[in-house]
Ligand binder design. Structure first.
Ligand code: PEP
Ligand code: MG
Length: 759
């Protein structure tokens, strides 16, 4: 059964649009189940009726014509009950409705299963048979499994059609809306540039080209590149492989010939398809043929063809990235955005970001917020590889993306972009003013940095120090570990730019969703795995080089503070302190005269919350990482869009934990700051100030908004709001009561567009 399912899903997945996808489904399911009829009905959201979209066995002329409301017929019943229905004789059922145009009176037995995608019924899959009989359990299980698998495939095929401006029945439609999760606030109207993962043939889209000769040339160059690689590889392995094993390289070379794959791709390019699309098509056909064979040896050949395809694609992609010209309003779209991608688009041309994977708390979203680029994450239903070159609207407030927007919608969003620009301009006036409440409480606002551009932005916004410099960002953009000298130069730039203000440099915090291409960490549970201090304590050479570079960079400036991430207990802290002292001794022995900088720990693991006092005794300061603390306290992966709704830093458990940390740190006489995204949410910042945090560190984009808010709220009022927030046990109630209070104070402006979470 699994094999049949796999084959059907694979075939449906490669269908070019919804109509052909549904055609394949009904044909293959009918064959696999040996039934006389298989039909798919889809719920049309506009008319709220189940429409017959494809059938094998019923009269095909009734496709698109026969439809029923949810309270009509057996199909309506399956859809509303969201359960399979298995009937020996359909006509006996009180809900049976007869449609003369389908010719269905000839069929007695009926088995229907709902097609459900993301909790919503999208259609019903039905099989029917002439003779009266109850379908057995195995058949029912097969249909249910089939429809569960097909739900996503149907949604994908439908979305692909809508991107090309096609509705269900193939008629033209206007915009389509895709829902993800907010990544970075703001709105953008622009054109999509898709960044495809390297050498992944499956996601390469079709694209028509005018300059066929240029594509043929590109393909010829790619062929030559791969031929050359094969020859080199074969020569290199000459002494290690037996001649018959080396014959594989000759097979590869033959496959590239005109008479084989090479010629077939060329023929497709000549029909007007771009080289990458032609390659995908030809390789896909060969691979499918091999994979469907029952002979093990021949099935294995599929992987040779795939390998060759990947090699050719890598050459084609490289050539494309060198010639890519970015439009002025580029919206970067990718399956998984990475910090390195953000740097690819020239300054000033990037207006929006869209990622299929990840959520609002993924690190790439944090960087996007720092850059002030509207971003939507977790757009799991977007056939992202197909949107290259089309117009998009990114709504980073609601976490929505529109393809092919109508004139009205485009105007609406262009107005929002303009309003945002004016709001930001108005806030610029706050730059020189201190962050002080009307009743005189001073709240230092610091900034989080990582990208080089953050420095200029932070200075424009009047930051009073750097509360978190994410050193892993320059590591992630590199192709190898930066040397001590290279690190020294990078750190010196940060320290000098902010001098005499303090700069808190966090030691390398990789792992989780922060990967280094040159130091891959593959784990089933990366956020609970080898991350942050765990990696660097296991690799003291990395830790020592980094801390030595930081110390040397601070010579003569003396504004360095060192921060340790992911500390879960005293033993890790002591080991790290020991290494820092060792590095300090070494650099002094080498003649660099620097004082021992203040050292702090991040409180971002629940274990650290309960050890605040013990940790505080050994360090100079603490800094709460509310991003990770929220994910670990609530057991919600910060990177997973499916559970993004559950991730909430105003959850009562998070608020209680933060309150405890401040109390215990102050009990030991140590200052405590907070550098998670929560600190940059103007409404949450009021509660944090009331708790007694000594400073708030946030992205430069949000700093003026937080300053504006805190300059309006008395400390007395903030404390009242905190008491109220802590009295509720439901996160939703905390959000609403905070919003209401701010509205009553006339401060709702900053909790709308521009805030993080309390929208
Ligand atoms: C945090 O976890 O809150 C934090 C500031 O660190 P990061 O987001 O880099 O994990
Ligand atoms: Mg963290």
């Amino acid at each position: 059964m699994l094999n049949t399912l796999r084959k059907i899903v694979q075939e449906v997945n490669s269908a070019k649009d919804l109509k052909s996808a549904l055609g394949i489904i009904v044909l293959r399911v009918k064959e696999a189940m040996g039934s006389q009829v298989c039909s798919v009905y889809l719920l049309d959201p506009e008319t709220n009726r189940f429409v017959l979209m494809a059938t094998e066995g019923l009269n095909k002329r009734s496709i698109g014509k026969v439809s029923m409301a949810p309270n009509e017929g057996l199909v309506g019943l399956v859809g509303t009950r969201e359960e399979p229905l298995n009937l020996e004789n359909a006509a006996d059922h009180p809900r049976y409705r007869y449609f003369a145009e389908t010719g269905e009176e000839r069929f007695a037995s009926f088995l229907g299963a709902p097609i459900i995608h993301h909790r919503r019924v999208v259609g019903v899959l039905v099989i029917q048979q002439k003779e009266r009989r109850q379908f057995d359990e195995g058949e029912e299980a097969f249909l249910v499994t089939m429809s569960a698998q097909l739900a996503g495939v149907i949604a994908h095929a439908e979305a692909t059609g809508s991107i090309r401006g096609l509705g269900r029945q193939g008629k033209g439609i206007q915009e389509a809306r895709f829902v993800g999760v907010p990544g970075s606030p703001g709105a953008a109207v622009g054109r999509a540039v898709v960044m495809l993962p390297p050498a992944d043939l499956e996601v390469v889209p079709d694209k028509a080209v005018d300059d066929i000769d240029a594509e043929l040339k590109l393909f010829e160059n790619a062929l030559e590149g791969v031929r050359e690689d094969m020859r080199k590889l074969s020569a290199k392995l000459a002494t290690q492989l037996r001649p018959e094993e080396r014959a594989l390289f000759d097979v590869y070379l033959m496959m590239l010939e005109d008479a084989a794959l090479g010629g077939e791709v060329t023929a497709v390019i000549k029909t007007g398809q771009w080289a990458q699309g032609a390659l995908r098509q030809v390789v896909g056909e060969h691979v499918n043929r091999f994979e469907l064979m029952d002979d093990d040896y021949l099935r294995e050949r599929a992987s040779d063809v795939k390998d060759l395809g990947r090699r050719l694609l890598a050459y084609l992609q490289e050539a494309r990235s060198q010639s890519l010209v970015y439009a002025d309003n580029t919206i970067l779209v990718s399956e998984e955005l990475t910090p390195a991608m953000l740097g690819e688009v020239p300054e000033g041309k990037l207006v929006g970001l869209v990622s299929v994977l990840g959520s609002g708390n993924s690190h790439v979203a944090i960087l996007a917020r720092a850059m002030g680029i509207p971003t939507v994450m977790g757009l799991v239903d977007l056939p992202y590889s197909k949107v290259d070159g089309i117009e998009l609207i990114v709504d980073g407030y609601k976490g929505e993306v529109f393809t092919n927007p109508s004139e009205v919608l485009r105007k609406q969003y262009s107005d929002v972009v303009e309003e945002e620009r004016q709001l930001a301009q108005g806030l610029d006036a706050l730059r020189e003013l201190p962050c002080i409440t009307p009743d005189g409480h001073r709240m230092p606002l610091w900034v989080n940095t990582g990208l080089l551009a953050d420095v200029a932005r932070a200075q424009q916004r009047g930051a009073e120090g750097v509360g978190l410099y994410r050193t892993e960002v320059p590591f992630m953009i590199n192709q190898r570990f930066p040397s001590e000298k290279e690190q020294l130069a990078i750190y010196r730039e940060q320290l000098a730019a902010f001098h005499p203000l303090p700069v808190t440099m966090r030691t390398l915090d990789i792992g989780g969703d922060k990967a280094l291409s040159y130091f891959p960490i593959k784990e089933d549970n990366p956020f609970l795995g080898w991350r942050g201090i765990r990696v660097t304590l296991d690799h003291p050479e990395i830790f020592l080089v980094q801390t030595r570079a930081m110390l040397k960079a601070s010579e003569g400036l003396n504004n360095l503070r060192i921060l340790l991430p992911m500390i879960s207990g005293i033993h890790e802290l002591e080991e790290a302190l020991h290494l820092i002292h060792r590095a300090w001794g070494e650099v002094r022995d080498e003649g660099t005269d620097v004082p021992m900088p203040p050292v702090g720990v991040m409180v971002e693991i629940p274990a650290a919350v309960y050890q605040t006092k013990e940790l505080a005794r050994q360090v100079d300061f603490l800094s709460v990482g509310s991003n990770d603390l929220t994910q670990y306290l609530l057991a919600v992966d910060r990177n997973n869009p499916r559970v993004a709704d559950l991730y909430d830093y105003l959850h009562p458990a998070v608020l209680q934990a933060l309150n405890t940390v401040v109390r215990d740190a102050h009990g030991e006489g140590k200052p405590v700051s907070i550098c998670g995204e929560m600190a940059g949410d103007p409404a949450a910042a009021i509660l944090l100030m009331a708790m007694g945090f000594d400073s708030l560190s946030m992205n430069a984009t949000n700093l003026p908004k937080v300053k504006w808010m805190l300059r309006q709220v008395n400390m007395g009022k903030a404390k009242e709001l905190l008491v109220e927030a802590l009295s509720h046990d439901n996160p939703q109630v905390i959000h609403s009561s905070l919003q209401l209070a701010l509205k009553n104070l006339g401060l709702a402006r900053m909790i709308g567009p521009g805030a993080n979470k309390t929208l």
